[in-house]
Structures are given as C-alpha cells and as structure tokens.
Design a protein around this ligand. Structure first.
Ligand code: PLP
Length: 381
C-alpha cells in the first residue's frame, strides 16, 4: 500500500502512541481530583500544554484545548458578532461558521494566495475578525500572514487616529502547517490560531486554539469550567500528551522533512507524465496537486486504490459528499480541470521508492483510462 493522503489523516506515530498509553491505563485519573496521583496527571497535562504552546511561541495559559480543529475554528468565531472576513478557500469548518455569522469572503489570486488588494478594500470600520488559513488543505498554499497582519496594524492605527475603538483580530487555521513550518504567533501577528493533532501524527479529535490577550471568546459549551471556562469537560489527558509528543517530534524533524519532501516532490514532478501542475508555487512541498484535463479523477482514485495507491481528489470531507472543490474553483480552474485534479500529499509513511512506484502506477492508470475513454468515444461514432 502506498498512502499519499497525509493531508486527510496521519497515523499516530509509535513514539506518540507510547507516550499516550499510560494515561489510558495507570495514570487515568481526573486532573481535577484532589489526591496526589491525580495532581501528577494534572501537572503532566499542563506540561504537555506548555510544550504545544512553546512550539508556537506562546504560553500554556494562552491555549484552549479542543476536540479537534473544527471546534477550535468554531470557538475562534465567538470573538465577535460584528463583521467577519474569511478567505474564500478556507476549510469548511471556517467557511460554514463564517457564512453562518454573515461573514464575507476575501478573494484569492490564481496562484492561491490571498488577494491583498481585495482584503484592503473589504475591511471596513465594522470589520472585527479576519480568518485566513496559514496553509490551505487542498493546495498546500502558504499564506503571507505577516503581510496580512501588517495591513491590519495599519488599519488599527488609522482607526485609532479617527477615534474608532473597534477590535480587529486575525485568526488563522494552521491545521496543515505544523509538520513543515516553524510557527511563531508573534511573528505571524495572529490573535487566534488553530492547531490540529490529527495532521501531525498525533491523535484525532484533539486540537487547540491559541488565544491572545486581545481576544475575548465565549464558550461553545458550559459545565465544569475547564480550560479557563472556555471549554468545559474532563480534560483529554492522553490526547494532549500525544499531541505534545507529536509537536515535539515535528519540531525535531522540521529541516530534515522539508528537504525530504522537496526531493520527493521533484521526483514526482519529473516522473509523472502529461499532467498540469496546479500548485506551482508558494505551497508546502508535501502537497502535489496535478490535473489531467478531460479525465475523471474520481475514477483515477478508484483505479489507483485497486493498485494499492491511496490518493485524493481534494478535501476528504468534500469528496465524501461528492461536491466540487470550492478551492479549485476559486483559483479559476474550469469544470473539467476540477474534475481531473488529484491531490497527492506526502508524509512519514512514504519512502523514496514508494514515490517512484506511485508515479509509475499513476502514469499507467492514466494511460489506461485515456485508452478506455478513446475506445468509448469511438464506440459512439
Ligand atoms: N482545518 C483544516 C485546514 C483541515 O485540513 C481540517 C481537516 O481536514 C480541519 C480544519 C478539521 O479538522 P478536524 O476534522 O480534525 O476537526
């Protein structure tokens, strides 16, 4: 099996699993309990939060642990009831909540980057929150967040001069970013940042929201008052321990992984045949999005699965609902280009040999599919 869908899910790494295990069995205590073993669990939980926070240049007290990135994104949007702007290529967990709160989309350029001119024009005196993912989950595009935050600072300064005291926060969904980017919240200039353990070889259903001192959030659920009252419910201790270990490992291997994926991407691009590269620039090297115009990529996914190669046509959630990619539409691809696009995402389950083998199998399957289509159209003549 050659798995090329690491943007959809990553396996929990052995070291992560090993770190988590005691907290399911021997160290199972509720961190809020009064006895000593529970206090130790509570201390371990806080230390794990600190590890995650330090990895993005923050403190443990700045993080709210959630049950995944979807919840973290939803929580971020409780920062305001006023005007929201969001990038049109956002993941549904941002797009849907932004739309539900009357948010307006910001356009992207054909290369997938935020259109900064459009952003400037759309910010009004009413705007309180802007949401732009650090890395797009379909294209791997890395957004220039420090440029966005510079624009936000200028707007804030101008507002101050005119006596307008409205907040203007920047939220970023960094779900796909932790494996290959060195994230620092101050450098990025974000007020709210979503993290996702499931995309970095940690457990599914664990995420975090970084919250700066300027942001005032409202809990989505109420109860025991955990996570500073922002996320009630008994802490997911094994999940957070695993998340911290995964973050630590990602940090340790950042440079090596960047080089590895850059080399593998080059191999794919040189060995694959007759394709159009969609994410040419500004993307993580682990994302290779290619298009076979006129071919049905859904069929390619199915035929490749039969050969033991797992790939995707776009976001897993969109693909399972059979809806066309709003991301590929936003960068201006035609209907037939969208229908013919494949997303290959490299990761730790792969080897260089697998990458070469996958390229060969994709070439074969595409060739067969082209022949099949040619025969079928001849039959209609
Ligand atoms: N945001 C992005 C960019 C994602 O890629 C995903 C998952 O695919 C999510 C949010 C949602 O994450 P989860 O399903 O773990 O809540």
């Amino acid at each position: 099996m050659i798995y090329l869908d690491h943007a959809a899910a990553t396996p929990v790494s052995d070291k992560v699993f090993k770190a988590m295990k005691p907290y399911f069995t021997t160290d199972f205590y509720n961190p809020s309990a009064a006895y000593l073993p529970a206090k130790k669990v509570s201390a371990d939980y806080e230390a794990a939060k600190a590890t995650i926070a330090h990895a993005i240049g923050a403190k443990a007290s700045d993080l709210v642990i959630t049950a995944g990135a979807t919840e973290a994104n939803n929580l971020a949007f409780t920062a305001t009831k006023a005007r929201i702007l969001y990038l049109e290529t956002e993941h549904d967990s941002v797009r849907r909540v932004a739309e539900a709160r009357g948010g307006k989309p910001i356009r992207v350029l054909p290369n997938g980057l935020v259109d900064l001119k459009d952003l400037r024009e759309r910010i009004t005196d009413e705007t309180e929150l802007i949401s732009i993912a650090l890395v797009n989950n379909e294209l791997g595009t890395i957004q220039p967040l420090s440029e966005v935050s510079r624009i936000i600072r200028e707007v804030k300064l101008d507002r101050m001069k005119r006596g307008i005291r409205k907040q203007l926060l920047l939220h970023s969904d960094a779900s796909q970013a932790l494996t290959l980017l060195d994230i620092n919240v101050a450098r990025l200039g974000v007020d709210l940042l979503t993290l996702n353990a499931a995309k970095v070889y940690g457990p599914k259903g664990v995420g975090a929201l970084y919250v700066s001192h300027d942001a005032r959030l409202h809990p989505l659920t109420v109860g025991g008052g955990q996570e500073n009252g922002l996320r009630s419910g008994t802490e997911n201790v094994p999940g957070v321990i695993g998340f911290a270990k995964a973050v630590e490992l990602a940090k340790d291997h950042l440079n090596g992984n960047r080089k590895k994926y850059a080399a593998w991407r080059k191999i794919l691009l040189s060995e694959l045949k007759d394709y159009e590269l969609i994410n040419k620039k500004h993307a993580l090297d682990s994302f290779v999005v290619i298009c076979y115009d006129g071919i049905d990529a859904e069929r390619l996914v199915f035929l490749l699965e039969e050969c033991g190669v797992y790939v995707a046509t776009g976001a897993a959630c969109a693909a399972s609902k059979g809806v066309r990619s709003h991301v590929l539409a936003a960068i201006g691809l035609s209907e037939s280009q969208i229908a013919g696009s494949l997303r290959l995402t490299l990761g730790e389950t792969n080897t260089m040999e697998q990458v070469r083998e996958a390229a060969e199998m994709i070439n074969d399957v595409v060739k067969k599919e082209k022949k099949f289509r040619a025969k079928r159209s001849m039959a209609f003549i």
